[in-house]
Design a protein around this ligand. Structure first.
Ligand code: TYD
Ligand code: ZN
Length: 406
């Protein structure tokens, strides 16, 4: 399978083929599973600009519908993370006269609420109705639309240039990334910055975190690919910082070309990426082989425990669960349910495999023998919360970076 690159028109060769999958965040209701949407989950790298991307494109209206269930403030650690980001902007980039901040994919307003409370002009751009409503309740101003070049032009005409543009776990979701970058170049003040943090290819490869691949992740960014993409649209990558959040992310800072000095961190990270082989097809092919090993090991373990009469329940229903359970063929016969703290996911099913999602109380009321941790990027927070489970002899199954029991 080959496709043209969404950024530069080069050739993208599909190196990782995970087969047929439904949408990661579909979470159908029981009885609504007859007409599930499936696509082929194939990921590859552009042989010119090295951008890693999905080969098949799922229309964004199908993904970010009114009932889009992901809530950015679902984790206490994430809430603190976004409040710190907001405070950082307030202390540095938003200190001039009447500054203006724009967030792309402002979700439930977890970041902008802090900026709104400081009385700073801001605008969230968020097309999913329910989460947009949640942010309005926090005093956040929202434009219920998808961000692109046209939106950027209208925002600039109405509000003037932006001192800060921000996006977290959203920029890599936008298949029309070229239009977003053109929009950023249009909307940013000469002294402004466009900061975004997204799952990092280096961490995904290092951890064999194949579950980060699903329909919403149109791209998996690297420093090298972002630097090249920025350059095409009159922007410049001036800083990049690795973060632990979401199992390994990178925070990129773009500025209008030539407007700011470039941090030495950029060069250091580029060297590290070259050593890791991140720009090579062979690295993705090797990753695909390791993903198959994880699949075989996890399936064997779960089947074996099930055959021994052990009870296994899933913990956390992130979008990632859709990729893992569909790729491994793990359904409710092996895992009767998965618990998740997000109310809008409870009572629904994991797309494709139809494992029911229940409230965390279903887990604590009747501890299983094993808990398969799908929300592995929140392991610390969840294991601390569910200490009693382990104290009573319960064991956690993890599959990142390989299948193991703790
Ligand atoms: P997350 O990894 O943040 O997102 P993604 O869908 O992008 O992979 O999702 C974590 C999920 O885990 C989310 O549905 C909420 C759930 N969760 C719990 O059920 N309990 C918890 O204590 C935490 C921290 C998360
Ligand atoms: Zn390309």
């Amino acid at each position: 399978m080959h496709n043209p690159c969404r950024i530069c028109g080069g050739t993208v060769k599909g190196s990782i083929d995970l087969g047929r999958h439904p949408r990661g965040n579909a979470f159908p209701r029981p009885g609504e599973t007859a007409d599930e949407f499936f696509y082929r989950l194939v990921v590859g790298m552009c042989d010119v600009c090295t951008m890693v991307q999905l080969l098949e494109d799922i229309p964004q209206e199908v993904r970010y519908h009114d009932e889009y269930p992901y809530h950015a403030s679902g984790s206490a650690i994430h809430r603190r993370h976004f409040e710190e980001i907001a405070q950082g902007f307030l202390d540095t980039e938003l200190t001039g006269p009447d500054p203006f901040a724009v967030e792309i994919g402002s979700n439930d307003g977890v970041m902008l609420a802090r900026i709104a409370r400081a009385g700073v002009r801001h605008l969230g751009v968020e097309p999913s109705r329910q989460v947009a409503e949640m942010s309005r309740a926090k005093g956040v101003r929202v434009l219920p639309e998808f961000f692109d070049e046209g939106t950027a032009e209208r925002i600039r005409a109405e509000h003037g240039p932006a001192d800060v543009m921000f996006g977290a776990n959203v920029i890599a979701h936008i298949s029309h990334l070229a239009s977003v970058l053109r929009g950023a170049a249009l909307l940013l003040a000469r002294t402004g910055v466009f900061v975004f943090e997204e799952p990092y290819l280096g961490s995904v490869v290092e951890k064999t975190a194949f579950d980060i691949l699903y329909d919403e992740h149109s791209f998996v960014f690297s420093v090298r690919a972002i630097q090249a993409a920025a350059e095409r649209f009159g922007l410049e990558l001036v800083d990049a910082r690795p973060m632990e959040i979401h199992g390994g992310s990178m925070r990129y800072t773009l500025a209008p070309a030539g407007a700011r000095p470039v941090s030495p961190r950029v060069g250091e990270l580029l060297e590290k990426e070259a050593a890791q082989g991140l720009g090579e097809h062979a690295t993705l092919e090797e990753f695909a082989r390791r993903a198959r090993t994880v699949r075989d090991d996890l399936t064997a373990l779960v089947r074996d425990l099930h055959a021994q009469g052990k009870r296994i329940v899933g913990y956390g229903a992130p979008a990632k669960i859709t990729t893992v359970t569909n790729y491994c063929g793990i359904g409710p016969d092996l895992i009767p349910f998965v618990c998740d703290s997000t109310p809008s996911k409870q009572g629904r099913l994991v797309a494709g495999t139809h494992i029911p999602v229940r409230a965390p109380e279903a887990f604590s009321a009747d501890h299983p023998d094993y808990a398969l941790l799908f929300a592995w990027n929140h392991a610390e927070e969840i294991m601390a919360k569910e200490r009693e489970f382990a104290e009573r002899g319960g064991r956690w199954i993890l599959y990142v970076p390989d299948v193991h029991i703790v």
